[in-house]
Design a protein around this ligand. Structure first.
Ligand code: GRF
Length: 201
């Protein structure tokens, strides 16, 4: 059994893609058992509730220090026997304790082809730079910003007539396609990591 926690701070379209995939195909022995948000207003929480998935929400502001916030996350993960953390638009960095404890068991999706355009505005930064090819990256999370080993990438073209809106739309479509696959491969034990290199068996 792979108990999955999805962390989301906002809209949660990737969470929705994961839920839909789970319903339609399943993740093998994996199951989304918890959705966590640092933002009590996140639409992602509504999506989880609608689908009868347990939710949990608290913020750094409701704790005395960042360490206490991280400890609360650590406790929540242990209480729910979480094996895999799936970051899906989670806008905060995870603390070192969690990164260490769950090393190679935390994945993230980034809306650009890493290592280009790291950070919170990957789509816009790539668009403004004028690149002709951008894409989506699924990667393991390490201590750095968007710097862990790359699991999957898919490229897409930016055409002359594209606007930021059409690029966003195209990026999200790719995200919703590849993130559930990455989660499935993880649950099937098919992701092999050697140094920075990932093989999908
Ligand atoms: C996605 O573009 C993802 O790549 C990035 O944050 C965005 C979250 O969107 N990390 P949503 O909340 O899943 O709709």
């Amino acid at each position: 059994m792979t108990n999955i926690a999805v962390f989301a701070s906002g809209f949660g379209s990737n969470l929705q893609a994961l839920i839909d995939y789970q319903k339609k195909h399943g993740f093998g022995n994996g199951k989304i058992v918890l959705v966590f948000s640092n933002n009590a207003e996140a639409f992602a929480l509504k999506r989880a509730k609608r689908n009868k998935i347990k939710t949990c929400t608290f913020s750094p502001q409701s704790h005395n220090s960042r360490k206490e916030y991280d400890d609360a996350i650590d406790f929540m993960l242990a209480q729910n026997n979480i094996d895999l953390i799936v970051l899906a638009g989670y806008m905060l960095l995870l603390g070192p304790t969690i990164i260490n404890k769950y090393r190679n068991r935390i994945i993230n999706i980034h809306p650009a082809l890493l290592p280009s355009f790291k950070g919170t505005h990957g789509i816009r930064d790539a668009f403004d730079y004028g690149v002709k090819v951008t894409g989506v990256t699924v990667h393991f999370v390490d201590e750095g910003l968007d710097s862990g080993p790359i699991i999957m990438q898919e490229a897409l073209s930016i055409k002359q007539d594209d606007t930021i809106e059409t690029v966003e739309e195209n990026i999200h479509a790719v995200e919703h396609k590849i993130y559930p696959l990455a989660v499935k491969y993880f649950c099937e034990g098919r992701i092999l990591l050697k140094g920075r290199k990932v093989k999908i068996l």
